[in-house]
Design a protein around this ligand. Structure first.
Ligand code: WTA
Length: 656
């Protein structure tokens, strides 16, 4: 970690003040900070009233009488989908484009606010005809096609909660998420297009709902299926319904009922430090307030003229807050793209930016690094002059990648907002404001107006400037998670126990303040890895490895990787009995693929090393720090606390 601090510190010389042109028309000014500093809760109340339409106005702002269980705007009522749709149509903006959709094969659709509203109403009617209502959960397992957005909004419109499961996850992952949430309905597609191929989704749903042990019953009553690719699918007549058989026929009249501000809006599963993923719970009024506020101010959204594109999949929190709720609440025009950046050739994203005149572009450092590797000639062949603001999310952006992004994609002038936040925070917490903040490549910089963030030591004392420590939120915020689905104890233990006496939220990230007080993120301090901006838990992958018949024991570490930020590296001890019978030939590759099947391709280890021992302390804890040294090809650090100090040299030999 000290190495990266030194490296980052040398970047502090490079600074970019907002250009006068940009500042002159910028949505957000310094007065936002002043207002929030005068009266934090009053500030959020004002923002919420200004940005959202409340069916029943709230009179309370924050109820923190039972920490860490917060309530925001508790006595108010609203309908989230109405805020994203109907009210824009009622305001005469029905013809505005909500989405320019581009499928990977090149098919396109233009979806206006009026047509999206109508479609959501139809789907809401179908769902409510099946008895879906407030209090229910609906799982969504879809490619990035317009129906995915429609599905999400239709569920929200009925006051039910959605649980979107990333389409790249395996049937096992889908099953555990369906079961944990007790979903009544699954919305899916036959498949989607990725890398030039039709990939299948429906079979994973079938499998997730099938072969259960005796007595085990799925909560799911129906599966609604969009036909995207036309591939053959198995069909269960009692359970499965084609979207095209019921949605077009449904009525386009549907009045949005209002629900309490704290009504659950969605559950989204994310990796934690222990094996099974946590269902992060978000509710309605506070979440939508902060999603809309940050989207408008950090991305400097001028909804009449901007074309905004967030490349995140709807299966991640970024897709929820910045491809659905924030932008739609603000009446933005967006691009929605189904496929991968390399298909049919590496310039596809730049073609899309040129074609639709994208002006605001929000993506991940891992993507920027892969474009750097392909070379600047590819984007330089396209006209990217419509771009005026770039954003980054998911992991620290290396200063070199930041500079490349600005120079090559942003013509050397666009501001870049590096946005720090988490599934748990619901919306952006730390970022520059583009017309206000002097930018520093590599730093996420400053807490947003109304957000209280600090860097503290392990006793919770602020470290001050020019020092490193742990990142915390010192006050509740509107879009904060309200809990972990079905597990209030784990919620308290994971986030609030570490600084219980101070009442701070512990984010799990290390950070440092520079001499100006700007915040630099230093990565996770727990057993969570960040691979291409996606969170993976070491424990979850270890469990998958040990579930294989050949494996006796496994340890997983995140090793730094030029492309993906971190990469999964596994050390596996095989069972004697298995070795005797089958040998170890080809097993490392088999285990890699096995993890991909168990969890999803993103979890597939970069390397699997078969070893005879693992480094353990006398109390039996695996010392991952030492394995990380091996995985990164470094000299192995201090081994004194190991039960057997020779283990590391044995492992080092076996890895070579
Ligand atoms: C990391 C994604 C540095 C961080 C929105 C956090 C970042 C985790 C940044 C959350 C950033 C996210 N700079 N690190 N701008 N953004 N992270 O829940 O470690 O998928 O805790 O949410 O990603 O990942 P999650």
């Amino acid at each position: 970690m000290s190495q990266s601090i030194d490296h980052l510190a040398s970047e502090e010389a490079r600074q970019f003040a907002p250009s006068p042109d940009f500042a002159a028309t910028a949505i957000a000014g310094a007065e936002l900070y002043e207002a929030a500093a005068r009266d934090r809760e009053g500030f959020w109340a004002d923002q919420s009233r200004e940005l959202l339409t409340w069916a029943k106005p709230f009179t309370q702002v924050l109820d923190w009488s039972n920490p860490p269980f917060a309530k925001w705007f508790d006595d108010g009522e609203l309908n989230v989908a109405y805020n994203c749709l109907d009210r824009h149509v009622e305001a005469g903006l029905g013809d505005r484009v909500a989405f320019h959709f581009e499928g990977e094969p090149g098919d396109t659709r233009t979806i206006t606010y009026a047509s999206l509203t109508e479609e959501v109403k139809r789907v809401a009617n179908v769902l409510s005809g099946w008895g879906i209502e407030r209090g229910d959960r609906v799982a969504i397992y879809m490619p990035m096609i317009p129906e995915a957005i429609t599905a999400v909004l239709a569920v929200a419109r009925l006051g039910a909660a959605h649980s979107v499961v990333f389409g790249g996850f395996s049937s096992d992952s889908l099953r555990s998420r369906i079961d944990d949430a007790g979903a009544k309905l699954v919305i899916t597609a036959d498949g989607g297009y990725r890398k030039g191929r039709a990939t299948a989704l429906k079979p994973a749903v079938d499998q997730a709902l099938a072969d259960r042990g005796s007595g085990e019953q799925a909560s799911v009553e129906r599966v609604l299926v969009v036909r995207r690719t036309g591939q053959d699918v198995d069909w269960n007549d009692e359970r499965d319904v084609w979207w095209h058989d019921v949605v077009p026929q449904a009525s386009a009249e549907h009045t949005a009922e209002s629900f309490p501000a704290e009504n659950p809006l969605f559950i989204l599963y994310t990796s934690g430090t222990t094996g099974n993923p946590k269902g992060i719970l978000h509710t309605s009024g506070g979440y939508l307030t902060q999603a809309a506020f940050t989207h408008k101010n950090i991305f400097d959204l001028h909804p009449e003229t901007d074309v905004y594109w967030c490349t995140a999949d709807i299966g991640w929190i970024t897709g929820h807050s910045y491809a659905v709720y924030g932008p739609l609440a603000n009446g933005a025009t967006q691009v929605l793209y189904e496929g991968t950046p390399e298909h049919p050739e590496p310039g596809r994203w730049w073609d899309i930016i040129e074609k639709y005149g994208v002006s605001i572009f929000y993506t991940a450092p891992t993507a920027v690094r892969s474009f750097m590797k392909q070379g600047r000639e590819i984007p330089q062949k396209r006209d990217l002059s419509s771009l005026r603001l770039l954003g980054s999310v998911g992991e620290p952006i290396n200063p070199e990648a930041w500079m490349w992004f600005r120079d090559v994609i942003g013509a050397g002038v666009t501001p870049i907002v590096d946005t720090w936040w988490q599934t748990e925070t619901g919306a952006i917490m730390i970022s520059a404001l583009p017309g206000v903040t002097t930018l520093k490549p590599g730093s996420a910089q400053v807490p947003q107006p109304g957000i209280a963030i600090d860097v503290v030591d392990d006793k919770g004392e602020p470290v001050g400037n020019d020092a490193g420590g742990l990142l915390v939120a010192t006050e509740p915020w509107p879009s904060m998670l309200r809990g972990i689905w079905g597990d209030p104890e784990r919620f308290v233990d994971t986030y609030w126990k570490m600084f219980a006496d101070k009442g701070f939220y512990f984010a799990g990230d290390g950070a440092r303040r520079d001499e100006d007080g700007d915040i630099w993120l230093l990565g996770r301090v727990d057993d969570v890895m960040n691979v291409s901006g996606h969170r993976l838990s070491t424990a979850e992958i270890e469990s998958a490895l040990v579930a294989h018949e050949a494996t006796a024991e496994a340890a997983v570490v995140g090793a730094s990787d030029e492309m993906t930020g971190e990469a999964v590296v596994a050390f596996v001890i095989l069972k004697e009995s298995f070795l005797k019978q089958h040998g170890a030939e080809g097993l490392a590759e088999q285990l890699r693929l096995w993890v991909g099947q168990q969890i999803g391709p993103i979890a597939r280890p970069r390397d699997v090393f078969i070893v005879s021992e693992l480094p353990k302390t006398r109390s039996g804890k695996i010392m991952r720090r030492l394995l990380r040294d091996v995985a990164e090809g470094r000299e192995v650090g201090d081994t004194q606390t190991l039960a057997d100090t020779m283990v590391m040299s044995t492992i080092a030999k076996q890895v070579k």
